[in-house]
Design a protein around this ligand. Structure first.
Ligand SMILES: Cc1ncc(COP(=O)(O)O)c(C=O)c1O
Length: 386
């Protein structure tokens, strides 16, 4: 195993930032239950409040509009399950609209809800992953309870037009949610300007640890908890506060807010350099996703004639961590539903690799990939023609 690691899978998860690690270690002694009235409890409560402010500030929200959750999946499930709550009882609203390229925590959740009687409409995207706005408009009706559209796609990095989608949803009286797990911390997000009702975010995509996330709930919007059994989060999410996770998320949110202006052009430059030099050195490759409205560090490439899994494994031997457009499910390799939805054939979808750069990637990392990858593709292509 190569001891060098060039980690280019930051859309899957990010390493914990040293500044975040430091505050986790410093605050491990904040053991009080943030709901307790005594000194240790008040100390924990103050730390939780401080983090809440930092998370709110990153997305242009008020602190009381943020609840902490166990991650992006929980935040997403919480919002989608509102369809069963008394908010929609006797309203005739029993339909959810979402897209065909959502993360499984939306996509599979709506499939489950469908088996329980919820109506679901899936909206398509164009060849670059942009939402088909006319399809959304046509699908709307006064039976729609929730419209949930992701802010940025995890596989291809395309940034969707959430402001317009929210406007369309609201024009029919539906609530609007966005899964912004891939966007928050990477690009500026302003819930007020976008007129969003609910937004999901996740700590481990922005250099905090796994298992902590948040949900933005716009002030005045009706809400019911998914997790019952305690008065935490003003009755919106039961469970003793995860002090270290919350403190870490707050620190990571502040770091992201402070560094975003410099970090966006830095990651874009590295990603563009990788893209341009790959296009120049590896024949017949294609780039997936919108190349204008795209997350700064994401690059999804199809290498026809080479299987994504083989590329991934050869790169891994060189210490380079990337991901494929395919998911290994029940022993069979299924092509990515996101790439198929863009109109890629199964062969192209199977030959795709996602590079996702993050805060700790350098020019040296990009140069290393450009040294190792072209001969790997050549070798795999030669083997497959044999
Ligand atoms: C777009 C998107 N939504 C939701 C999630 C799930 O977040 P978590 O891992 O915090 O549950 C992910 C994680 O991969 C994601 O990329």
């Amino acid at each position: 195993m190569n001891s060098k690691i060039v980690y280019l899978d930051n859309n899957a998860t990010t390493p914990v930032a040293p500044e975040v690690k430091e505050i986790i270690l410093e605050t491990l002694d904040i053991y009080g239950n943030a709901s307790s009235m005594h000194g240790p409890g008040r100390l924990a409560n103050a730390a939780v409040s401080h983090s809440r402010k930092a998370v709110a500030s990153l997305i242009g929200a008020e602190p009381e509009e943020i609840i902490f959750t166990g991650g992006g999946s929980e935040s997403n499930n919480t919002v989608l399950n509102l369809v069963f709550s008394d908010i929609f009882e006797n309203t005739g609203r029993d339909r959810i609209i979402t897209t065909k390229i959502e993360h499984p925590s939306i996509y599979e959740t709506v499939q489950t809800l469908e088996t329980k009687g919820v109506k679901v409409t899936l909206i398509g995207v164009d060849g670059k992953g942009n939402l088909k706005m006319d399809e959304l408009e046509e699908a709307m009706g006064d039976d729609v309870a929730i419209v949930s559209i992701m802010m940025a796609n995890n596989e291809i990095g395309t940034i969707l037009d959430i402001g317009e989608a929210a406007r369309i949803a609201h024009s029919c009286g539906a609530l609007f949610h966005t899964d912004a797990v891939q966007a928050v911390g990477k690009i500026p997000v302003d819930v007020k300007a976008l007129d969003i009702d609910f937004l999901s975010l996740s700590g481990h995509k922005l250099y905090a640890q796994k298992g902590i996330g948040a949900l933005f709930i716009k002030k005045g919007i009706p809400f019911c908890p998914l997790i019952h059994g305690g008065h935490q989060e003003a009755g919106r999410r039961a469970g003793t506060y995860n002090n270290t996770g919350i403190i870490a998320l707050g620190r990571a949110a502040k770091l992201a807010e402070d560094q975003m202006e410099q970090e966006i052009p830095r990651e874009q430059a590295l990603r563009d350099d990788l893209k341009e030099r790959l296009l120049a050195t590896v024949p017949d490759i294609t780039i997936n996703g919108d190349q204008e409205a795209i997350l700064p560090g994401t690059l999804n490439v199809s290498f026809p004639g080479a299987e994504g899994e083989s590329i991934l494994l050869y790169l891994d031997l060189e210490g380079i961590a990337v991901s494929t457009g395919s998911a290994c499910a029940t022993g069979s390799l299924e092509a990515s539903y996101v790439l198929l939805e863009l109109g890629l054939g199964p062969e192209l979808a199977h030959s795709s690799i996602r590079f996702s750069l993050g805060a700790y990637n350098t020019q040296e990392d990009v140069d290393y990939v450009l040294e190792k990858l072209p001969p790997i593709i050549k070798k795999i292509r030669e083997m497959s023609t044999l």
